[in-house]
Design a protein. Structure first.
Length: 257
């Protein structure tokens, strides 16, 4: 069983650990004691005393800190990676490219990942790209491990920003949509708890229809919209209020556009 170190145990690190626990030996370091204790309790992770202590004996090291704090852990990472060419860095640090890592850490095996928080329930999306040092066996290993947290989608590095806007930030947009549907249901008399359950299950079911049938979303939408029926009137209201444009604007805004 591989040993995986997490440098950072916040929301996204914890979400990944949820899927990986039981499939790897976990070790964790975080500047917050409560984050380490939570990882120890929930995922059976060993608590390390420092970045280098966590990373030095690990086969894979997840850099899971916020971008503004990454230089605070760089010295410990350098110490752990020096003289260990087979060690893999798995980075989920937003905005830090493979070249950036190579410049700061030196030549090494790197998997750059854009995950999302539904990894917590093993329904995440992991966009991933690799440095040239990664072998096919290394890539297969990372794909296998991340598959325990959801889907793994290899892509070119220049598409990672778009992946962040769609799947990285996307859960928040979906939660707003679920909340809005539930609010409308409550306004029509549904109990709040039931309205949330119905709205969330509807989103889950519709998403599975897209993924499992392979049909275009527009085709699936048309199948629900009977001529002169209630659904097409609702769809027209969404278009009139600008739902499509609002979602497109949200993705663009998340990318700083």
């Amino acid at each position: 069983m591989k040993q995986i170190a997490f440098i950072g145990a916040g929301n996204m690190g914890s979400a990944l650990m949820t899927g990986l626990c039981g499939h790897a030996d976990l070790v964790v370091y975080d500047i917050l004691d409560e984050a380490c204790l939570r990882a120890e309790k929930n995922y059976g992770a060993r608590i390390a005393s420092s970045v280098s202590d966590a990373a030095k004996s690990a086969d894979i090291v997840f850099a899971a800190v916020k971008p503004q704090f990454i230089m605070d852990v760089m010295d410990g990472l350098k110490e752990a990676f020096t003289g260990q060419p087979e060690k893999i860095l798995a980075t989920i640090v937003a905005g830090k490219s493979l070249d950036w890592w190579q410049q700061n850490l030196g030549p090494c095996k790197i998997a750059r990942i854009m995950p999302n928080t539904p990894a917590m329930v093993k329904e995440g999306v992991n966009a991933i790209c690799f440095s040239k040092e990664m072998t096919e066996d290394d890539k297969n290993l990372m794909t296998e491990l991340l598959s325990y947290t959801g889907r793994v989608i290899p892509m070119r590095e220049d598409l990672m920003g778009a992946a962040m806007g769609v799947s990285g930030c996307g859960p928040a947009y979906v939660y707003v949509f679920i909340e809005a549907m539930a609010d409308a249901g409550v306004a029509e008399g549904l109990p709040r708890k039931l309205a949330y359950e119905m709205a969330a299950q509807t989103v889950l079911g519709a998403a599975k229809m897209v993924l499992e049938t392979g049909r275009h979303p527009a085709d699936l939408k048309d199948a629900v919209c009977s001529p002169g029926g209630t659904t097409i009137r609702g769809v027209m209201a969404l278009e009139d209020k600008g739902l499509r444009a609002a979602v497109e604007a949200a993705v663009e805004a998340s990318l700083g556009k």
